[in-house]
Design a protein. Sequence first.
Length: 373
Amino acid sequence: MVQEISILEHTNILSKYLDLDQRGKIVAEYVWIDSSGETRSKGRTLSKKITDVSQLPEWNFDGSSTGQAPGDNSDVYLRPVAYYPDPFRKGDNIIVLCECWNNDGTPNKFNHRHECNKLMTAHASEQIWFGLEQEYTLLDPVDGSIYGWPKGGFPAPQGPYYCGVGTGKVYARDVIEAHYRACLYAGVTISGINAEVMPSQWEFQVGPCEGIKMGDELWIARYLLNRVAEEFGVKVTFHPKPLKGDWNGAGCHTNVSTASMRKPGGMKAIEEAIEKLSKRHKEHIALYGSDNDLRLTGRHETASMESFSYGVANRGASVRIPRSVQAEGYGYFEDRRPASNIDPYLVTGIMVETVCGSIPDADMTKEYQRQSA
Ligand code: ADP
Ligand code: MN
Ligand code: MN
Ligand code: MN
């Protein structure tokens, strides 16, 4: 990769220091979600190896610097909810996923995990599984153009790039491979990767994950991708339509199944779920990512945003039943509407609310409105 050397991290020199003895201390990197749907993190030293999430202390940060709190009441609290082996620092060092809480004991308005988790807990007996297909695009760090594309021009039209092999057909496979390994090391349930239809657009899949773990693992996988990309001097965007015109957008297809869908005869439960989804199209679309209207045009393997549709093996429908699922009569379905920049807690939350039933003390539509209030 040719980049201005000043923006590259000197990972080769760093590796010498990563071998130094930590004298029994560990480093915990606390990760949270900010007001713009990006991850933030900061590290702290802990005196011993962590074996349970309950051992991790609560912490805080300056929410006025992240758009999460006013300057005159700026402390936002970080409550650890899950931790993962740190693929950068290795050893007993960990990455800690946190929920954000306000000073008055209420969840921060960008903490959608808390509300989502109420629904996941209430419907735990249905053993809902998700699989998210995270598409994203790489950008040049200097001018923000699509990574690797000819300056001031375009590559040849789409066609050879999807799952492409060979020079000029794929870009930055090193970044993607490094991220894959980092996810495996961290214990993220990454199930695969592929190059996408637009050159420099890629996808990774996380899942199946049960309940709240889906949102947790997708956020950690995104965090790891951004960290890996720093070292290579490449930018990542989760925008659903990074480039207007005849270029594919980026989505986050959401695959779903409950225990009853996964056993023989499960097609009935799948059809019932799709029927329920068809009645809440607007409510779902509202939570399926910003700028999704630029992507859901009815072209480039998407359905129109205006109406709900479904079909077997149909990549132009809102919801697709995979051909193999139809053939076996049970399995899962795929909601193709969510954009690449979703908050997975909102999407998996409303999915459970619609498919498994609402509960008195949670409402994903109101939860989303809270963030813009
Ligand atoms: P596509 O053909 O749409 O590109 P992918 O192979 O990229 O499909 O992604 C399929 C996703 O579905 C993966 O994340 C996988 O973990 C997930 N998945 C597989 N089986 C199930 C299931 N029973 N319930 C929910 N998700 C599932
Ligand atoms: Mn896919
Ligand atoms: Mn894809
Ligand atoms: Mn898909």
